[in-house]
Ligand binder design. Sequence first.
Ligand code: ASP
Length: 435
Amino acid sequence: MVNINIIYWFVLLATFVGIFFLGSKTELKLWARVITALVLGIILGFAFGDAAQSSKWIGDLFVRLIRMLVIPLIFTSLVAGVVSMGDPKRLGSIGVKTIGLYLISTMFAIVIGLVLGSVFQPGQGIDLTGVEPMTAGVASTSVADRLFGIVPINPISSLANGEVLPIIFFSILLGIGIIMGGEKTKAVGNVFAAAAEAVLKIAHLVMQLAPYGVLCLIAWVAGTMGMGALQNLFILTIILYCGCILHMLLVYGGALKFIVRLPLIRFFRGMLDAQAVAYSTSSSSATLPVTIQCVQKNLGVSQTVSSSVLPLGATINMDGTALYLGIVALFSAQIFGIDLTLADYFLIALTVTLTSIGTAGIPSASLFLLATVLSVIGITDSQTALIVGFVLPFDRVLDMARTVVNITGDATVSVIVAKSENELDESTFLDDAVI
Ligand code: ASP
């Protein structure tokens, strides 16, 4: 009998060849190839089950290649962005608008999560007997620690350790220093601008591998996810996916249509590459170089705005995560029969906001911060461990959706800020040929 792994690899390689020819012969656009790969990956995963695990390394390799670019890209493009702004005072207005919009969109996400969780009651009738408890494995950082940690003691070590907020802080100051130096430091500014361009070119190259990486990652998820877990969490999953779609259409769509008056469909088309990478990697940090590339090249947002708004967003703005945490808080209260008062809802909203700010842009990060949110409504640590144990086997599918929302929210805010600062090239935004 022929081994299923061999058949899987045969079909996989044939699919790769097919996707390659779709690109070279029919000149199918990258975003269309990535979406095709996503769909084929799901089919392959369901068809071959565990065998799909054997090609996960191709997806991991792709993720490593993009992650390799995150820090060089933030550093070079943010310094170059600040320098090209010319006047450091404008940073203040960009910063205030960005943080304000991030907070407002997070609030909307929480409200949507809480409304859906109350109306559809995903926790009703769920029995946790027999669930293996899981305790938190990811260390949480308090907001106070995060604020203090923004100032790096040693910027080189922050770069080496990939600490995004301290890098943002140092890059902005370095950019300001370069502007203040005038003619004397102009050459340094030019070096950063050229380096940023070079890193973006590498990102463009790496993205050519996206269809193959995305396919293998999705096949792995579809092939290894226990269907038993899917049944248990079916309602929660449907509610989360509907909430994510609603949030993107109503809040981002509404903002784009009524505040900046730009076509929604074009925005989503321009973001598809980044959304597909976010969906398959479940990590907004790893997706950052692709988000920056889409927002600059496809949506016409200037380097100045995209290089400051997006890295900050990938670190602190997590609307999908906030929406999810709101639903899971109600889900848990329903399971443990806790009646919530209006004050509890406010408390949940406040803690979810702070927790989502403190969530790292990595897979399943927020699930491990659940204890912070659940403790405010009287759920004990051991009860939280049961919830985490129950959700974890299927969290990847939930995480994929919230990560898409997380990066789409960052991109929406970058477009709005860019438009209000005259940093948006609308002809690029409206031009379908650039995608
Ligand atoms: N995986 C999410 C992200 O990277 C964070 C989360 O777990 O909600 O954006």
